[in-house]
Every structure is written in structure tokens, then in C-alpha cells.
Ligand binder design. Structure first.
Ligand code: ATP
Length: 301
């Protein structure tokens, strides 16, 4: 199939006096892992719901796999997956039974259920009732349910919210595996660090608009921010640091000496020549710096 997976053009949505989405446009290519990022209330969920065909836009258009998702388009339903909120599980069923029930709606073969349990790392919990799974396991089960009919495109709305760091990382492996199978993934998150790791491209939203859209690396590069090279305190004096090639600002304190530079390779090379590489860390700008640059305020999810 040719053509993009999603084409969104100038979407608007108002709730009473509140303009929740104010002119959002983007395109998602097939096979892409696309992130919609932003703080609470940015309009991510509303945008996603309009793209999924769950909410009618006030204006603007959406093409999903070449078709319009609104009004509800039965041709699209088998081709797309939407992660359910955990509360949408059937009551008192085990993990396997949940998947079997969703699978039966689409007539998928029984072996697909076990394959999905394996994919999300729940094979050993197949017989456990959904309400006895941990938060992370329940999130993984809801992802499996959205994939059981082998859709071309899946939508996940904050799949890693409220998970502890280990459970988040486990889920990243699942999300990567989904994309590796060729599925287009669109997801929302308010964790910028996570999006930087997972996404091919991100749309950064705030107050109902897309502030920036590109690969995380290009967004960060576009800032032309200094790289910070830090050394544990006591290895190099501030005046020696200032004399090194490519060094801009030098900050000494908090147990470390931090040098800002536009030429990190040259600076690290100079440190290596002086045998001062032990404990060195190199910090580049992040998407949080991009958000700060775009909005003038710190990113707070
Ligand atoms: P979060 O990260 O908190 O989920 P979000 O970026 O997904 O936020 P939305 O849920 O799209 O943002 O909400 C955008 C704005 O619209 C918010 O101010 C929210 O309070 C408001 N809103 C969302 N849904 C409704 C609704 N059904 N009725 C009225 N206002 C709504």
C-alpha cells in the first residue's frame, strides 16, 4: 500500500470556551514511530481521538490509511488498533481470556493469542486474572489486546504513565518490538526523555498547537546549544579548564567542573591527551531544552 499512514490537516476542536486543539497538521509515514508530546492539557488526547475517529473535529481533515475515520468507518476498524484504558477489560477474565475475547471479535486464530502474550512478556501470567496483574503488566495486556488482530497502525495514549522506571523500560522493549514488526505506532506521552529514545519523529504540542515537529536529534541540533562536559571536582582547575581548546563557560561547584563547548570532540580529545578522561560525562541538550526554547518556560508534565 502506498501513501502515508496518517495525514492530518488543520484540525480544530473546542470544548465550550476552551480551544483544545487549534490548527494541528502532521503526516505520519508507514512504519514510523511517531510521538505526540506535551504537558497536561496540551491537546494530545483530543488530537489522537480525532485521528482515531473517536471524536468529531470542528474543522480540518484526517486521512487514516487513505480513508476518512469519521463518521465511524468500519473498513478501517480491522486495520487499526487502539489501546484501551485498563478499565475497559472484561471483568474477571484471565490475561489469556481477555485476549481470546478480543481476538474472537476479529476471528483471529487461537495461536495469535499466545504469540501476543509472548510479545508483551506475559506468557507466565496467561492464567492470572487481569485485576491481579501489576500496573505495568496490565498496560502490557492492553497493548496486546490492541494488537491481537494484527493492525497496520496502532495508537497508544500514554502507555507508560504511572509506571515505575523499570516497568517503563520493560514497556519500551515491547513498543520497539511492535514497530520492528512493521506496525506504524502513534503514541502520546509527557515523558520527553522517553520520546527521545523511542520516536522516529515527534510533534511537540502546547496549548492546542504543534510547536515543532521533527526527529528528536534534529530538534536538539536546531537549538545549537552547548554540549556540557563534566569532570569530577579536583581533577582540573577552573583556569586550566578555560585554557583548553573549544571551552566556553566554566562552572566549578557541586562536586564537579562543567565546561560548555560547541566542539565536544575537540575538548574530549584534549582531555584524553592530558590523561583526564576518568569520570568524564558528556551531556548534550535534550527535548526538555527544546521545549524551554520554544515556550520560554520549563517543561513540567
Ligand atoms: P493530558 O496529558 O493531561 O492527558 P492532553 O494533552 O491529552 O492532556 P487533552 O486531554 O486533549 O490534553 O485536553 C486538552 C484540553 O481540553 C484540556 O484543557 C482539557 O481539560 C480539555 N478537555 C479535554 N477533554 C474535554 C472534554 N470532554 N470536555 C471539556 N474539556 C475537555
Amino acid at each position: 500500500m502506498s501513501g502515508p499512514a496518517i495525514e492530518v490537516d488543520d484540525l480544530h476542536k473546542r470544548y465550550g470556551d476552551l480551544q483544545a486543539v487549534a490548527g494541528v497538521s502532521f503526516t505520519v509515514e508507514r512504519g514510523e514511530f511517531f510521538g505526540i508530546l506535551g504537558p497536561n492539557g496540551a491537546g494530545k488526547t483530543t488530537t489522537l481521538e480525532m485521528v482515531e475517529g473517536l471524536r468529531e473535529p470542528d474543522s480540518g481533515s484526517v486521512r487514516l490509511l487513505g480513508e476518512s475515520p469519521w463518521p465511524r468507518n468500519p473498513r478501517l476498524l480491522p486495520r487499526m488498533g487502539v489501546q484501551l484504558q485498563a478499565s475497559a477489560f472484561f471483568e474477571k477474565l484471565s490475561a489469556r481470556e481477555q485476549l481470546q475475547t478480543f481476538g474472537a471479535l476479529y476471528g483471529v486464530p487461537a495461536r495469535r493469542v499466545d504469540e501476543m502474550l509472548e510479545l508483551v512478556g506475559l506468557s507466565d501470567k496467561a492464567s492470572t486474572r487481569e485485576d491481579r496483574l501489576s500496573g505495568g503488566q496490565r498496560q502490557r495486556l492492553s497493548i496486546a489486546c490492541s494488537l491481537v488482530h494484527d493492525p497496520e497502525l496502532v495508537f497508544f495514549d500514554e502507555p507508560t504513565a504511572a509506571l515505575d522506571p523499570q516497568a517503563r523500560r520493560n514497556l519500551w522493549d515491547v513498543l520497539r518490538e511492535v514497530q520492528a514488526r512493521g506496525t506504524t505506532v502513534v503514541y502520546t506521552t509527557h515523558y520527553l526523555d522517553e520520546a527521545e529514545i523511542l520516536c522516529d519523529r515527534v510533534a511537540i504540542m502546547d496549548a492546542g498547537t504543534v510547536l515543532a515537529l521533527d526527529t528528536p536529534a534534529a530538534l536538539v541540533r536546531g537549538l545549537q546549544a552547548d554540549t556540557r562536559v563534566a569532570l569530577p571536582a579536583g581533577l582540573l582547575s577552573a583556569s586550566d579548564a578555560r585554557a583548553l581548546p573549544g571551552v566556553g563557560r566554566v562552572q566549578d561547584g557541586d562536586g564537579e567542573l562543567v565546561m560548555s563547548t560547541q566542539e565536544p570532540a575537540r575538548l574530549v580529545q584534549a582531555l584524553a591527551e592530558r590523561d583526564r578522561l576518568d569520570g568524564v560525562s558528556v551531556r548534550t541538550a535534550t527535548l526538555e531544552d527544546v521545549f524551554l526554547h520554544l515556550t520560554g518556560r520549563e517543561y513540567r508534565a
